[in-house]
Write a protein that binds this ligand. Structure first.
Ligand code: ATR
Length: 272
């Protein structure tokens, strides 16, 4: 029997994970099966345990179960702990191990695929929710000159800063961004999912080289549109992050790091 993996979420019908992992498996000569499971709000934990007892070796976890998967795990990586969320599980020696590859996937996409290393750069991240929690440790480890988190709800941003307490990490209100310059700006709010724009002051992206929208497949979101209007030349959506986080999970499960370039190309939807 082939080794079994699956993604679980609700809804799950639009997931790209089986396609991505199938392409990785094919390209790296690994024999595995990767399915998609519609999660149940009542029985999520039972579904995971059932998948394991049916011979499953690992799972990807997507909304809205990342916190529940984290809580179900018996061992958790440091980045999963800060994110308080798991996007990947491994069943190992009778234990459930939790990881979170969202942040490292985003970082790899920015640094390696888009060619913008964070080292010594001024980086602005919009939002202070789960997506930002996941990105924080990998971003700080990449050595930016400064990492600024802007959020509407300052209490949420403050709580995050207090948990991390890093000399290069600063939190800011949106209004305070006026007149500041950032090399890389990441929109990690959920604003784009409902066609909204985070309340960036006019001209806040004037000196920006790369504007990165975490949402994937939404085209030119209000954030990317404003970035383009303000002269940002490099616009990206989350397709690369999606593929890179999958590659991290694949490497964690299989011990083989797949090549991501061709898969990203295959999944890229032009922004316009
Ligand atoms: P995720 O797990 O995807 O990060 P989340 O935890 O629900 O989602 O967090 C959503 C983030 O998007 C929050 O930081 C939220 O800001 P507040 O904490 O100030 O509410 C942010 N967000 C959502 N809609 C927004 C909007 N229109 N403008 C700015 N920020 C927005």
């Amino acid at each position: 029997m082939r080794d079994r993996y699956a993604v679980i979420g609700r809804p799950i019908n639009h997931t790209k994970s089986p396609l991505i992992h199938g392409l990785f498996a094919q390209a790296s000569g690994q024999h595995l099966e990767y399915g998609a499971i519609e999660g149940s709000l009542e029985h999520f934990e039972t579904q995971v345990l059932q998948f394991r007892s049916d011979g499953g070796q690992g799972m990807n976890i997507t909304a809205p179960f990342k916190l529940r998967a984290f809580e179900l795990a018996e061992r958790r990586s440091e980045r999963a702990q800060l994110a308080r969320a798991a996007n990947a599980l491994k069943f190992e020696d009778g234990r459930i191990v939790a990881e979170n590859f969202d942040g490292i996937g985003l970082l790899r996409d920015i640094e390696e695929n888009l060619g913008e290393p964070l080292r010594s750069r001024r980086v602005l991240v919009l939002g202070a929710g789960g997506a930002v929690r996941g990105a924080l440790l990998p971003f700080l480890q990449a050595g930016p000159a400064e990492l600024v988190i802007a959020n509407r709800d300052m209490a949420k941003a403050m709580a995050l800063r207090n948990e991390v307490e890093h000399p290069r990490l600063r939190i800011s209100r949106y209004e305070e961004l006026q007149g500041q310059a950032f090399d890389i700006v990441v929109n990690a709010t959920s604003a784009s999912l409902v066609g909204e724009l985070p309340p960036l002051p006019a001209g806040a992206l004037g000196a920006t080289r790369l504007a990165y929208e975490l949402a994937y497949g939404k085209g030119l979101t209000p954030f990317l549109r404003v970035a383009r209007e303000q002269g940002v030349t490099r616009l990206a959506d989350g397709v690369g992050m999606l593929v890179e986080q999958a590659a991290e999970a694949f490497a964690w499960w299989r011990g083989v790091r797949p090549d991501t370039r061709a898969v990203i190309e295959q999944l890229t939807i032009p922004l316009e």
